[in-house]
Design a protein around this ligand. Structure first.
Ligand code: CLF
Ligand code: SF4
Length: 503
């Protein structure tokens, strides 16, 4: 079991998929045909609601790539939808299958196995397809998912369908070769290197052909696009229009990650990534009636766990080497866990539908008054769709917008962890200050508990801490706080200046 180490010791593992997921919550999927709902109901990337309940994992079996993107340095892994970093272990298909079985038994809510790098999965077709082939036989209850830059896709569509892969992500950053020439310096095509505009032209044609072929075969396709300010920002609206017209199911616009220390072309030349506001505005502009993924965590090519968490260290090859899993027993246990999750989701949905009626009635109660203004609220959660995390333990916050008509998931904000336990809760003010900056624009933060010190600093920054809705469903709690704010007269529009709930 020799491991191929592709990272230097200083680097952190990296990688991720090229998928574009959907931001649709469970209640927003009702219009979809049953067959599609069944495909996405427990896929944490293709359904925003599912990501509160189900986990995914990646196996890094694909080291090579057939193109070069200006935002990628594979020493630091595929940054097209991952944090810059490195994968610590490149696995053989046999090793990957063993790892998947071990994770599936230990984390029954893991429903999807994705292959997403660290290079391009379809530039390593034997390794990728052999992994899928074995898993479709040995673990038929796991959904299979692959992401690709699309160059080799048309030639492999039949193989993909043969292995029962129902979810494919294509990273499409442009449909115009002149834009593409600024993103891709070269591709490897027909045994030679092609550069410049010609390279982009070939890549775009292959991506579009692959998209059409997959859609024709009923495979759900998500398109990922990396938002590169000044390069393809405006152009992504056209990308969204084109891929939607061709039948893509979801579009995931992700922010460029470019830092000099990653050694990428963009990182070294100082190309910046987008701000939260730029990303959000473009996602809104691309949305139309196409589902947008807003919950992508740009995860690593060897990520394990719920989106936003990484439990890969628990399942390194040395730790699982001696494990023998009875997968039939594991599958039965997994089915029980999934049934319990579904029962809980149904209960939450039923409760939420009452909540949304209630929110909608805000304006109807007093028709003479102007509609209350929307409010951004940050939420600390470990999953399950509940407010169940201590403020100081949160590595990220989900951000929701509450308005008179609904509660809408907007995205997530990553922060540094500053609290290492009850004894230290409240220490580490500089990280707390950073956290408060990250939450800029939010007026409320909902969590299960919060220490005295951060409470005071949040209030001083105009963000109201709220621990009164611990263990409640997120959207219900956000709606309840919104109603409280409305009742307290805090939601009136006053010349565009928002009144804050706290000082
Ligand atoms: Fe992986 Fe991608 Fe499949 Fe998901 S990730 S191959 S679709 S199972 Fe998901 Fe991660 Fe974002 Fe990708 S959060 S980087 S969208
Ligand atoms: Fe890197 Fe992925 Fe681009 Fe290949 S497709 S160069 S692995 S970002």
């Amino acid at each position: 079991m020799e491991l191929k180490v592709i990272a230097d010791a200083a680097g952190a593992p990296g990688g991720g998929c090229t998928s574009s997921g959907c931001g649709a919550g469970g209640e927003k999927l009702a219009h979809l045909p049953e067959a599609i709902r069944a495909k996405i109901n427990n896929h944490p990337c293709f359904s925003e609601d599912a990501h509160h309940h189900y986990a995914r994992m990646h196996v890094a079996v694909a080291p090579a790539c057939n193109i070069q993107c200006h935002y990628c340095n594979r020493k630091y892994d595929c940054s097209n939808e991952s944090r810059p970093g490195v994968v610590s272990e490149v696995l053989t298909p046999d090793q990957a299958v063993k790892k998947v079985i071990a994770v599936a038994a230990a984390i029954p809510q893991m429903t999807v196995l994705g292959i997403a790098g660290p290079g391009d999965p379809l530039a390593n077709p034997q390794r990728t397809l052999e992994t899928f082939r074995q898993l479709s036989e040995k673990a038929p209850d796991i959904k299979l998912c692959v992401s690709t830059n699309g160059l080799a896709l048309p030639g492999l569509v039949d193989e993909i369908c043969k292995h029962n892969i129902e979810h494919v992500t294509i990273t499409i950053n442009c449909v115009d070769p002149d834009v593409g020439a600024k993103i891709y310096p070269w591709i490897f095509w027909n045994n030679r290197r092609v550069t410049g505009r010609k390279a982009a032209e070939i890549l775009i044609a292959q991506q579009q052909k692959g998209l059409e072929m997959l859609v024709a075969r009923g495979v759900l396709v998500k398109v990922n696009s990396v938002l590169i300010p000044g390069v393809n920002a405006e152009h992504l609206k056209e990308v969204s229009r084109v891929v939607k017209a061709k039948g893509a199911f979801l579009h995931n616009v992700m922010p460029l990650i470019a830092e000099p220390e990653h050694g990428t072309f963009y990182g070294l030349m100082g190309q910046r990534g987008p701000t939260n506001e730029e990303l959000s505005a473009l996602q809104d502009a691309c949305a139309g009636d196409m589902a947008m993924m807003r919950h992508c965590r740009q995860c690593r090519a060897d990520a394990v766990g719920m989106l936003g968490e990484d439990r890969g260290d628990e399942f390194t090859l040395d730790k699982i080497a001696e494990q023998e899993v009875d997968y039939a027993a594991a599958m039965a246990r997994r089915a029980e866990v999934h049934a319990a999750i579904e029962a809980s989701r149904t209960a939450q949905r039923n409760q939420s539908s009452e909540t949304f009626v209630s929110i909608a009635s805000l304006t109807r109660r007093r028709p003479a008054r102007p509609e209350p203004r929307p409010v951004l609220m940050a939420v600390a959660t470990t999953g399950g769709g509940l407010i169940n995390q201590h403020f100081g333990h949160a590595r990220e916050f989900l951000v929701y917008e509450a308005s008179a008509s609904d509660v809408r998931f907007i995205g997530h904000r990553k922060v540094d962890l500053y609290c290492s336990g009850d004894e230290t809760c409240g220490d580490g003010e500089s990280v707390l200050a950073k956290t408060i900056r990250v939450l800029d624009g939010c007026e409320v933060v909902l969590c299960s508990r919060i220490g005295y010190e951060p409470w005071g600093q949040l209030e001083a920054a105009g963000i109201a801490p709220n621990g009164e809705h611990a263990m409640e469903p997120i959207e219900d709690a956000v709606a309840a706080v919104y109603r409280e704010m409305e009742a307290a007269g805090l939601l009136e529009r006053s010349g565009g200046t928002a009144q804050r709930m706290s000082a």
